[in-house]
Design a protein around this ligand. Structure first.
Ligand SMILES: [Zn+2]
Length: 222
């Protein structure tokens, strides 16, 4: 015999978790691998396309050179969504933490959309993710950057990209490297190489810990 017991946490309990989680990410300074990467590319003409949502990208690089394709915990959005608006998560998180008792936030502190009264949720990819004007502007920045340099010498650096969403970075990078005459691809991943043979000498893969590699590259460059 087997018994399965489930319990769904209340909204107040869910937000107690999220408030602490988001607070941790917001307070965490830019980590060393990000700082090392910035040091290495700061004097170059670069663009960052990221699927990370932990706020490290925006702490390290200027907004005009980045695209957060999967959103970011810096912002909340209406869960419907009823509007094309992103809300700064910080004041909501501070209020929830200040009023938290045990592991529940106060019901009146649960973030609500000022327009429709429905819940606000973190602006990160899920089935209600807001692909609004902020998201489209980021994607346009990225697409314009690549389009304007399509005949230049262009290096696609695929840095520690996982296999969850290959359609965002990995496969487009392979495709663009193949199509653009002066493009090359360098992939760095701890779990193995992934450079497709079809790209021949235009692609190379390094199996390495990215943090250690960037640190060594920076030290060598100083
Ligand atoms: Zn709303």
């Amino acid at each position: 015999m087997a018994a399965f017991i489930t319990s769904t946490p209340s909204l107040e309990q869910q937000w107690a978790y999220y408030a602490r989680y988001i607070d941790f990410m917001l307070r965490e300074p830019a980590s060393q691998p990000y700082l090392d990467l910035r040091f290495l590319i700061d004097h170059k003409d670069y663009f960052i396309l990221s699927t990370n949502v932990d706020t490290q990208v925006e702490k390290t690089f200027p907004a005009e050179r980045t695209c957060n394709y999967q959103g970011s915990f810096v912002h909340l959005q209406c869960k419907q969504p009823c509007c094309d608006e992103l809300f700064d998560a910080s004041p909501y998180v501070e209020r929830m933490l200040a009023g938290m008792a045990g592991f529940e936030v106060r019901s009146e502190d649960v973030p609500r959309c000022p327009h429709c009264g429905w819940q606000l949720v973190p602006w990160v990819r899920d089935d209600t993710f807001l692909e609004g004007s902020a998201w489209h502007e980021g994607v346009e920045r990225y697409e314009n950057f690549v389009r304007e340099r399509r005949d230049s010498r262009l290096l696609f650096l695929e840095l520690s990209v996982g296999e969850m969403t290959p359609g965002i970075i990995t496969l487009p990078f392979w495709s663009m490297t193949a199509k653009m005459p002066n493009a090359h691809l360098l992939s760095v991943n701890i779990s193995g190489d992934s450079a497709p043979l079809q790209l021949g000498s235009k692609a190379e893969a390094i199996r390495a810990d990215l943090g250690a590699l960037l640190s060594a590259a920076r030290t060598g460059g100083e």
